[in-house]
Write a protein that binds this ligand. Structure first.
Ligand SMILES: O=C(O)[C@@H](CO)OP(=O)(O)O
Length: 249
């Protein structure tokens, strides 16, 4: 038996369009993002890949993307579970900062280390910073030692995997088609795990906005096709290139 897993990064957000580091800042999708989410739902319907359970982060750009995509393929009614463990990587002191300005100020190497290295987090964000979520009621139940003030991708893998094993894998094992709507870096963490990508090679992986990535998984929860399959490969290619080049002039 194989299991069906669909990964969907949220559609373009207001801050993606403004070229700002976002992380845990709870910005919404814009009109282009809404259109991408709808197209995502159309692709699911066209392939007959109809989700039976939804997992999302607690951030509105992922929640709203899922709502639009599921409404479009008439699956608005499926059970849903949200978890902070699927949230975007906390971008620390870079949250709210312009990517091009950070690249100009600190140079390409440091910019890429912060953006795509596996284990080097940006500087911490002060708890009382304008763009901090440290005292947000949404995260009040999280013990302070796991409430992030910055994260590298390795930290995301560490906090995401318990949710994968405890909540998502049981649904896949039960034969249900699972949709996960999340973020560029929380999905990079999951793809790294699924495809066994090395700490070095993961820096070259980018996830496009709003295009479903379909994985068929074997009984060991390993992909039958490495890397899965984007339901719109051409659009995925163009969007991956755009994500990769963010911050460049
Ligand atoms: O700003 C962010 O939170 C992420 C995703 O939008 O950006 P990046 O692709 O630079 O990691």
């Amino acid at each position: 038996m194989t299991a069906k897993l669909i990964l969907l990064r949220h559609g373009e957000s207001e801050w993606n369009a403004k070229n700002l580091f976002t992380g845990w800042v709870d910005v919404d999708i814009n009109d282009k993002g809404k259109a991408e989410a709808q197209r995502g739902g159309e692709l699911l319907a066209a392939e007959g890949l109809l989700p039976e359970v939804l997992f999302t982060s607690t951030l509105k750009r992922a929640i709203h993307t899922a709502e639009i995509a599921l409404r479009t393929c008439d699956r608005h009614w499926i059970p849903v579970e949200r978890s902070w463990r699927l949230n975007e990587r906390h971008y620390g002191a870079l949250q709210g900062k312009n990517k091009t300005e950070i690249r100009d100020e600190f140079g390409e190497d440091q910019f890429m280390l912060w953006r795509r290295s596996y284990d080097q987090p940006p500087p911490v964000l002060a708890a009382d910073d304008k763009w901090s979520q440290y005292n947000d009621p949404q995260f009040a139940d999280l013990p302070s030692e796991i409430r992030p003030r910055t994260e590298c991708l390795k930290d995301v893998v560490f906090r995401m995997l318990p949710f994968w094993y405890d909540r998502i894998v049981p649904e896949l094992s039960a034969g249900r088609t699972v949709l996960v709507t999340a973020h560029g870096n929380s999905l990079r963490a999951l793809v790294k795990h699924l495809d066994g990508i090395s700490d070095e090679a993961i820096s070259g992986l980018n996830i496009p906005t709003g295009i479903p990535l379909f994985y068929e998984l074997d009984e060991d929860m390993k992909p039958t096709v490495p890397g899965g399959r984007y339901l719109d490969p051409e659009a995925a290619k163009a969007s991956i290139e755009a994500v990769k080049n963010q911050g460049k002039k």
